[in-house]
Ligand binder design. Structure first.
Ligand code: BTN
Length: 327
């Protein structure tokens, strides 16, 4: 393919003859296709009877991701949208219509991006990553939450590998850098007779959003990779790396079980071992010390009277029992 040939050559010039010979097309057709890439934002110089790729656009379409993608399944079928209400909704619909394990919906922009607990997920155009994977594990529905642990571990691992950036996971699956949220996971489940039919795993990762672009509601609690690293990050390259990490961890989880994943999660988590205030979905609060997660990812909380409360869902609000402040 034309783009692959240019990308493989790096900064070197690829002769027009070589391109038309390998692709089996006439030189005017090569010229036409180069024009198409230029219109999409690729900078391609015409030099000495050939072409040189100078810059690639920061888009998350199949062309851009395909250049970097190394996975077998995750994201191999990619439904790219410029703008959608929510990638989770599109993926859920496609899954109901028979989308396969690993199929992905990715968008440049979401008009109604959703977070957990009915919150809005801020999704400015072209700045961050918004994508949803269809997963079809053969699993009892009760074990589905394990997949959100998987996503958090895979994201944390990617940031370490790609940027040497340390991140921490707040139970169950918020990814935080310097105590601010950089990514979140929204799993949505379709069950069939107590088994998982499919899971849509929606992931939002703040990549190049600046502080000024963060609305007030999230400005004090959120961050982005660009803010933390002091540099702009290539979104297609990063997405390909996240998908590769997700595929590796999925493999670990399906061959070794939750145990291996839980260990990796515990290594990076900031909740277990600290005193926390948990706000349950219904609004009630629990204070205690988080002492572990069980086999299903349920948080174990030791209350003041020494009893152990098993917390299935809720928001971890603070690190201090004394002041009740949130973090
Ligand atoms: C959270 O609240 O922590 C979860 C945030 C999940 C956001 C992602 S962005 C892609 C996908 N589409 C959505 O509408 N939400 C998820």
């Amino acid at each position: 393919m034309l783009l692959e040939m240019l990308a493989e050559a790096g900064r070197s010039v690829v002769a027009g003859e070589a391109l038309s010979g390998k692709l089996g097309i006439a030189p005017p057709e090569v010229f036409r296709r180069v024009g198409g890439l230029r219109r999409r934002g690729y900078r391609i110089d015409a030099v000495k009877g050939g072409y040189r790729l100078v810059d690639v656009p920061d888009l998350v379409g199949p062309l851009e991701i395909g250049t970097f993608l190394t996975t077998r399944e995750m994201g191999r079928t990619l439904h790219y949208r410029e703008s959608v209400p929510s990638t989770n909704d599109v993926a859920f619909r496609l899954a109901r219509e028979g989308a396969f394990h690993g199929d992905m919906v990715v968008a440049e922009h979401q008009t109604l991006g959703r977070g957990r607990r009915g919150r809005r997920w801020v999704s400015p155009r072209g700045r961050n990553l918004y994508f949803s994977l269809v997963l079809r594990p053969d699993l009892p529905a009760a074990r589905a939450p394990e997949l959100t642990f998987l996503a958090a571990v895979a994201l944390a691992h990617t940031l370490e590998e790609a940027f040497g950036l340390e991140s921490k996971i707040k139970w169950p699956n918020d990814l935080r850098v310097a105590k601010k949220k950089v990514a979140g996971v929204l799993p949505e489940l379709f069950t069939y007779e107590d088994r998982v039919g499919f899971v849509v795993l929606g992931i939002g990762l703040n990549v190049n959003m600046t502080k000024a672009e963060m609305p007030e509601e999230i400005a004090t609690e959120a961050t982005s990779l660009a803010v933390e690293l002091g540099q702009v990050v290539s979104r297609p390259l990063l997405l390909a790396a996240v998908l590769s990490s997700l595929e590796s961890w999925y493999e670990v989880w399906s061959t070794e079980g939750f145990e291996a994943l839980r260990d990796a999660w515990l290594e990076r988590n900031e909740t277990v071992g600290s005193r926390v205030r948990i706000v349950a979905p219904a609004g009630s609060e629990l204070l205690g010390e988080a002492i572990g997660v069980d086999d299903g990812g349920v948080l174990l909380l030791r209350l003041a009277d020494g009893s152990i409360e098993r917390v299935h869902s809720g928001e971890v609000m603070s690190a201090s029992l004394d002041d009740g402040s949130s973090s």
